[in-house]
Design a binder for this molecule. Structure first.
Ligand SMILES: Cc1cc2nc3c(=O)[nH]c(=O)nc-3n(C[C@H](O)[C@H](O)[C@H](O)COP(=O)(O)OP(=O)(O)OC[C@H]3O[C@@H](n4cnc5c(N)ncnc54)[C@H](O)[C@@H]3O)c2cc1C
Length: 610
């Protein structure tokens, strides 16, 4: 351990791992300070990566040079492309993880990363002078100096577990909370909030009666998250589907007066989209059953995760209620479900670089910003580290816009919307969904990844080849004629161009492989697929590009950080208050702040032009 580094990352969760790797890979001497080395990259809750919109985040991170996609490809036990029956915009990859192998994979990568030291310790306080970050104090008061710091404390800041009436200070089950940092930041003027999340029980596999449960298998043709993954042949270990019944709901209902959620013991706001089971039976009281997914936590695991049954009810009720579920009558409990409350910092306090507005050189990433989820955390960790490293080099901020990436949507939302509950990424949050597909992350982020400089050159060459070929294929599709004896078995009166047949949906998704094989064998399947999507959705894609162009005119109008909104008397009171709170970087961002009227934007434009 040295006494001084370029960048310190506090916390070895999903945000911290990506932050530490990105920083070290950009050549910065980096220290990762984390409470427990063996808990690095731990999946606190569900053993899975990806899912709707979250899968997009992982693919984008992979293209930019992050590790999460490679890690899950190497350690996943079941892969599925979700929403395949719907349009391309909302297809999303998800994988069931072997959470033990996943942690070990990440720990190995970190151990072997040049420029990176892992310090097993509790970071207790920050050294701040004249609103600038200078260093981190460890639990024994040792000061480690650095030029920048990325805080990724997750659910640990003054974390408190709830199980019925019992409250335990903890950052996660069996792990100590982080005390000190959030109070210090509050003293420095930061606004602090309280959020809550929860996790279900883990039960023993041998106690599950699978006879009447529905099997849930992965895809037979699994797709990897990372472009660098080769020889991809993961296991396809099934999960199982069970259902709660009226009796389960009666048991839960009878104990609501013992639930910390309803007795007022929990102050923090939980995620509306991921409620606990007791919350579900209250909010959806007309439902007679709720789905539960039974998932192994690792390959060969005897410990199974009961997805959908998160609870903070007392132990006796959790046991009784789960045992009323058909198939789980004899459930043996390994770990009981619980809720956790923790401090977070409302994200209007950060810029799009993820640097805090108040303290120079101090960045926040992950759950500390009020988000929820491994993927949301990982992408923020990466972006924060890239920006911290760029600041040290005197380079401009690395910002992704909303039309470029889900990462851009996530960070822009954090900086321009007030989050009163844990923020989770959804496809519905992106206005340019058709442009932001999971399958084209390498094309839309090619320039961005070259700018960052972490991605390996063979990958950049591959992405450039796909881009080039896709461009050529778009022309070839309209020039190549398909004859009546075509390999797709399409009945044709006369010859027709490939483009036309794609637009008429005669050549479909299922024909893409045959299209490549018979007409364009010298081109990559990926390139043919990209050209297929671009042809199939051409009209919609063009329309979205036009909308982006319009929006870009507003995004291009920057607002200086020190702009004095207080002086503009013609702003509405709400407008002035919101601008002072969010301090938007651009007019585009200003226009997305809730409560800002078109009149406020007009006034702002006039003053900026002056
Ligand atoms: C019980 C529970 C249930 C959850 N349920 C869900 C869910 O259903 N869906 C969902 O999307 N997300 C859920 N989450 C949240 C999910 O785990 C987080 O979103 C994700 O892990 C956030 O990543 P992170 O890197 O920000 O923080 P974390 O993964 O929490 O990692 C924080 C890291 O920082 C370290 N650390 C903290 N303070 C210090 C310090 N002072 N010094 C040194 N190291 C420190 C910790 O040891 C840990 O390694 C749940 C979390 C918990 C605990």
């Amino acid at each position: 351990m040295k006494k001084s580094y370029d960048i310190i990352v506090v916390g070895g969760g999903h945000a911290g791992v990506e932050a530490a790797l990105a920083s070290a890979r950009l050549g910065k001497s980096t220290a990762l300070i984390t409470i427990e080395k063996s808990a690095i990259a731990r999946m606190s809750c569900n053993p899975s990566i990806g899912g709707l919109a979250k899968g997009h985040l992982v693919c984008e991170l992979d293209v930019l040079g992050g590790e999460m996609g490679k890690a899950i490809d190497a350690t996943g036990i079941q892969f599925k492309l979700l929403n395949r029956s719907k349009g391309r915009a909302v297809w999303s990859p998800r994988a069931q993880a072997d959470k033990i192998k996943y942690e070990r994979y990440m720990q190995d990568v970190l151990e072997n990363q040049a420029n990176l030291d892992i310090i097993e310790s509790d970071a207790r306080a920050l050294e701040i002078q004249e609103n600038e970050f200078r260093g981190v104090y460890l639990y024994n008061n040792t000061l480690i100096k650095a030029k920048a710091c990325i805080l990724t404390n997750g659910t640990f800041l003054k974390g408190k577990i709830h199980i019925g009436n019992v409250q335990i200070p903890a950052g996660r089950y069996g792990e100590l909370p982080s005390i000190g940092i959030s109070d210090q930041l509050k003293e420095l003027g930061f606004s602090v909030g309280r959020l809550k999340t929860g996790t279900p029980s883990r039960i023993s596999k041998r106690s599950i009666d699978f006879t009447n449960l529905q099997i849930q298998e992965g895809d037979k043709d699994p797709r990897a998250f990372s472009h660098s993954t080769r020889n991809f042949d993961p296991p396809n270990i099934p999960c199982w589907l069970a259902y709660t019944c009226e009796h389960t709901h009666e048991i839960l209902r009878s104990a609501l007066d013992r639930s910390p959620l309803y007795t007022g013991k929990i102050d923090g706001v939980g995620p509306r989209y991921c409620p606990s089971i007791e919350d579900k039976i209250v909010r959806f009281s007309d439902k007679t059953q709720h789905q539960l997914f039974l998932e192994p936590e690792w390959d060969g695991s005897s410990q199974w995760y009961v997805n959908g049954f998160s609870s903070s009810l007392p132990i006796d009720i959790q046991i009784k209620a789960l045992r009323s579920v058909p198939g789980l009558e004899n459930a043996e409990f390994i770990k009981i479900g619980y809720a956790i409350e923790y401090d977070y910092f409302p994200s209007y306090q950060i810029r799009r670089s993820l640097e805090t507005k108040r303290i120079s050189g101090l960045y926040f990433a992950g759950q500390i910003n009020g988000t929820s989820g491994y993927e949301e955390a990982a992408t923020q960790g990466f972006v924060a580290a890239v920006n911290a490293a760029r600041k040290l080099d005197g380079a401009n901020d690395f910002i992704l816009e909303r039309h470029e990436a889900y990462i851009g949507v996530l960070i822009d939302d954090l900086c321009s919307k007030e989050t009163s509950e844990p923020y989770r990424m959804f496809t519905s949050l992106a206005e340019y969904r058709l442009l932001l597909r999971w399958d084209n992350a390498h094309l839309r982020l090619l320039d961005a990844t070259k700018k960052i400089g972490i991605q390996k050159s063979d990958m950049i060459d591959l992405f450039e080849r796909v881009k080039r070929e896709t461009y050529i294929l778009n022309t070839k599709f309209s020039k190549t004629r398909v004859t009546t004896d075509n390999p797709f078995n399409i009945p044709l009166g006369s010859t027709s161009s490939i483009s036309l047949l794609i637009r008429q949906q005669k050549i479909t998704e299922n024909n893409v492989m045959a299209l490549q094989k018979h007409y364009f064998p010298d081109y990559l399947l990926d390139s043919v697929d990209q050209a297929y999507v671009q042809t199939r959705y051409e009209g919609y894609i063009d329309r979205q590009f036009k909308q982006v162009k319009k929006m870009n005119q507003l995004e291009a109008k920057g607002i200086p950080h020190n702009f004095n909104y207080s002086k503009i008397t013609s702003l509405s009171n709400e407008g002035r208050e919101k601008f002072l709170k969010f301090k938007p970087d651009t007019i585009g961002q200003a226009s997305r702040i809730r409560g800002i009227s078109p009149a406020d934007i007009q006034v702002l434009l006039i003053f900026l032009s002056k």
